[in-house]
Design a binder for this molecule. Structure first.
Ligand code: HEM
Length: 211
């Protein structure tokens, strides 16, 4: 088995530990005074953490010069979506009991729910098109463009988190800084060669015109 193959075998069960802990604590009646809130918070936290881990793979790969790391990105992305589904399900099932009227009222009362829903919906096409077959069908460039939705989803998720925390914004700010660094890295990587190209073209033009 390849290095990525072995790492996946280890990382897969590790990504299931937060779920296993929730299930264990639920069976032990150890989720605190408000178990639904505890499940909502834990699944929300892990969705966001795994989104950030997914976004960290490309910078890590480039900065360390380890191209094989890219082989882990899909698994982290799918686990982020998995925890997102559990988070969403906790809300519509355990919290709202599939009551559409109550959900509509809640969305009106707490706008952060709409933000969470937007972040979640944006991840769905990425999960659906994550297979090799779909990459081939869409073509590399189109697939890459579509998968940039993860940037929007992560940014909207930070807004969702910030609005959900009425008083203490420490944690959303910390997560927001991590996201800003991960997205900032991409902007720099994109802008620096573009700027270098622009300078080169300006120099060539100056040479040609004798300025
Ligand atoms: C990519 C999608 C999403 C991410 C990354 C996300 C992330 C989070 C995070 C980090 C929290 C705070 C957890 C904590 O306090 O430790 C949270 C709370 C919450 N989220 Fe989400 N969320 C997403 C989608 C959704 C969706 C689709 C819904 C419902 C439709 C939702 C409903 C909630 C609720 C009700 C809370 C609890 C807020 C409170 O305690 O007052 N989230 N979410």
């Amino acid at each position: 088995m390849t290095r990525v193959g072995w790492l996946k075998v280890v990382i897969f069960p590790v990504c299931l530990v937060p779920l296993a802990r929730l299930v264990w604590n639920a069976t032990q009646a150890n989720l605190g005074a408000n178990p639904i809130e505890a499940i909502t918070h834990s699944t929300g936290d892990w969705t966001l953490r795994l989104l950030l881990v997914t976004l960290a793979i490309t910078p890590l790969r480039k900065l360390t010069g380890q191209p094989w790391l890219i082989g882990l990105r899909r698994m982290f992305g799918l686990f982020a979506y998995f925890y997102g589904c559990l988070h969403f399900l906790t809300y519509i099932w355990l919290d709202q009991g599939f009551n559409v009227h109550s959900m509509a009222k809640d969305v009106y009362k707490r706008p952060f729910i709409t933000m969470g829903f937007t972040a979640f919906v944006l991840l769905a096409p990425l999960a659906v098109t994550s297979t090799r077959k779909m990459i081939q069908r869409l073509g590399g460039r189109r697939w890459q463009w579509l998968h940039r939705l993860i940037y929007v989803s992560a940014a909207v998720a930070i807004v969702h988190f910030t609005w959900a925390m009425k008083k203490d914004h420490h944690r959303p700010i910390e997560y927001g800084i991590v996201l800003a660094l991960l997205l900032g890295y991409r902007v720099v990587v994109w802008a620096v060669p573009a700027l270098a190209g622009k300078r080169k073209r300006a120099a060539a033009m100056a040479d040609a015109t004798g300025d």
